[in-house]
Write a protein that binds this ligand. Structure first.
Ligand code: HEC
Length: 285
């Protein structure tokens, strides 16, 4: 008896679920998705090709160095890079002496303690330090940025759909609000202090356009620093910060694939060899 009741109750639940699914689907078909300004005007990242793309991609060291220059001269004013240490820059082709000089001359020093007085102090960076945070803490960071927190950039290309292409698109995607948007959604005017950028999820980003003029960064290798070039270079650099060991992962992957193919052939030949006699016997019989 108890089992029968349990079955009936279960069936009752299933019925209610079924009814709600059917009415929900019917409503969706009848009314369609609600049209929001984000649904209509948000854009997917632009296309970006980097040397590190694909299963055999390798970093373009010169581009990474240019990207680092963009980080140093522009982005580091607001964004931290807390998972990267100065000494990691040797991966980009800088010598130990150069890395030492970069750390020593970095605009923001590392928090420390005065050994004489015990008072809080700062000291110059050394190669084993991570890149120091531009602000003392998140409260100060928000206070300086209209209450928006500039996120850490170390893993940004892994954290956003589109990766490097997303970063590139955000940096080159600032524009005026399209008239069609204001016509359709008169209430969606970009609030003061924010900037219209169709590649950002809610279309209005708190970051002022960081790359605005050609020649903003003077590249050490003489490359012409157009806004487009700087955006590509910093996107490449942030791909490296998010996965500095990508090249060795690619190399290991290739070696593993070659080994597996070789091993497959070997196994097949061994199989043929083991059964060859049986097959001959069967053919003779
Ligand atoms: C004046 C300070 C400032 C500078 C300089 C700056 N940013 Fe930002 N950035 C911000 C703030 C503030 C936000 C948070 C925006 C928001 O949440 O609306 C942000 C957000 C971002 C985001 C994240 C967007 C997301 O999806 O959350 C990326 C990527 C980014 N910045 C990259 C850069 C790069 C690359 C540079 C250098 C070329 C740079 N920023 C320079 C202040 C700055």
């Amino acid at each position: 008896m108890a089992r029968l009741i349990a079955v009936l109750v279960g069936l009752g639940f299933c019925l209610v679920l079924l009814i709600s699914v059917i009415t929900g689907a019917a409503n969706l078909i009848r009314e369609g998705k609600p049209e929001t300004v984000e649904a209509v005007f948000h854009k997917h990242p632009k296309h970006l090709t980097l040397a590190s793309d694909g299963p055999l991609g390798k970093f373009n060291r010169r581009q990474l160095q240019r990207g680092f220059q963009v980080y140093k001269e522009v982005c580091s004013a607001c964004h931290s890079l807390k998972y990267v240490a100065f000494r990691n820059l040797t991966d980009l082709g800088y010598s130990d002496a150069e890395v030492k000089a970069i750390a020593d001359q970095w605009a923001v020093q590392t928090p420390s303690v005065n050994p004489e007085t015990g008072e809080p102090a700062t000291r110059k960076n050394v190669p084993s330090d991570r890149f120091p945070h531009p602000y003392p803490n998140d409260v100060a960071a928000r206070a300086a940025n209209n209450n928006a927190l500039p996120p850490d950039l170390s893993l940004m290309t892994k954290a956003r759909h589109g990766g490097a292409a997303y970063v590139y698109s955000i940096l080159t995607g600032y524009q005026d609000q399209p008239p069609a948007l204001l016509k359709k959604f008169p209430g969606a005017v970009t609030p003061t202090g924010l900037h219209y950028n169709p590649y950002f999820a809610n279309l209005n980003i708190a970051m002022p356009p960081p790359l605005v003029a050609e020649g903003q960064v003077t590249y050490a290798d003489g490359t012409k620093s157009t806004v487009n070039q700087m955006a590509k270079d910093i996107a490449a650099f942030l791909t490296w910060t998010a996965e500095p060991k990508m090249e060795s992962r690619h190399e290991t992957g290739l070696a593993v694939m070659v080994f597996l193919i070789f091993f497959t052939i070997l196994t097949y030949l061994a199989y043929q060899n083991v059964w060859a006699e049986k097959k001959r016997e069967k053919a003779a019989a």
